[in-house]
Design a protein around this ligand. Structure first.
Ligand code: ADP
Length: 271
């Protein structure tokens, strides 16, 4: 049945028609494989905390039944695991909601400096508890067209990561500025008017070979570490999808032992 789809292709060059048809099929197979990988990964991610919850319940019913101290410890760990599962399910729901909305252009006029300053105020006490000072360097910016909730989520995920993985650097910096012409690292926005927001940490950095894969669902540099800090492995995938809807771009720079810079470019409407 696929060969029938080859026929209408202009076969000025016979080989080419065949290649196109095969590619189409390969793409379809790849999409299906990605979808089933995602379901398998998501199930595994949900099963892991569930298995540990079940293990703890068994211990609480059996060996730890009369050990008050052990019970308290197990219950605290169980509460943490349950909270992580909740975050995971929330992130999965977010991802699917963002995907559904992806084809609709966001319509709100967003004042980013206001949004970022408000977010920083909320996050500051949390960051300070991890020994991280938040610094803000916000230039005046033209409004961007966007979805306020999604942009809040996008910058929230980047800031959350900067505090989680960059805590050893003791400070996290948010910089924002308007650019009449975005640089080449802005990808499709390069050469156009754009707003640039960078979330910078001075922590351990990321080995270069991992950088291109960070926005894949469930990709983590150090799985155990991500689990320990309560990560779901979906934060940057969510960032990528929100940026796709906003026709924006993410650039990641990092140096081992020095820190990381996650730079978001958003288009500015030219008047
Ligand atoms: P997670 O829930 O694991 O944090 P993310 O999708 O937000 O998932 O990030 C994916 C991975 O990228 C993380 O597990 C971590 O290894 C790495 N990462 C993200 N942000 C930073 C950062 N600021 N510094 C170092 N590593 C980071």
């Amino acid at each position: 049945q696929f060969a029938a789809r080859v026929e209408p292709v202009d076969l000025g060059d016979g080989g080419r028609g065949v290649i196109l048809a095969l590619r189409e099929q390969t793409e379809q197979v790849m999409i299906e494989r990605m979808r089933s990988d995602f379901v398998a990964n998501a199930s595994h991610e949900i099963r892991t905390p569930l298995a540990s919850l079940i293990g703890f319940i068994e211990t609480l019913r059996g060996p730890a039944r009369d050990d008050q101290e052990a019970r308290e410890m197990f219950l605290a760990t169980m509460a943490e695991e349950a909270a992580r599962m909740t975050r995971l399910v929330d992130d999965l729901l977010s991802l699917s909601r963002i995907e559904v909305a992806e084809s609709r252009r966001p319509e709100e006029r967003i004042e980013l400096p206001e949004l970022l300053a408000r977010m920083a105020e909320t996050l500051r006490p949390v960051a300070e508890r991890s020994g991280v000072a938040l610094e803000l360097a916000l230039a005046p910016l033209p409004p961007v067209r966007g979805d306020a909730d999604q942009l809040h989520q996008l910058f929230g995920n980047l800031l959350d990561n900067a505090v989680k993985y960059g805590a050893s650097g003791k400070r996290v910096r948010i910089e924002a500025e308007a650019l009449p012409m975005a640089p080449p690292e802005a990808g499709p926005l390069s050469g156009r008017a754009a707003v640039r927001v960078a979330v910078i940490d001075f922590g351990e950095g990321i080995p270069p070979e991992h950088i291109p894969r960070l926005t894949e669902r469930f990709y983590r540099v150090d799985k155990a570490r991500s689990r320990r800090v309560g990560g779901t492995g979906l934060g940057l995938a969510i960032v990528k999808h929100i940026l796709r809807r906003h026709e924006g771009h993410l650039a990641i720079q990092s140096e081992l032992g020095r820190g990381s810079r996650f730079t978001v470019y958003l288009p500015v409407e030219e008047s």
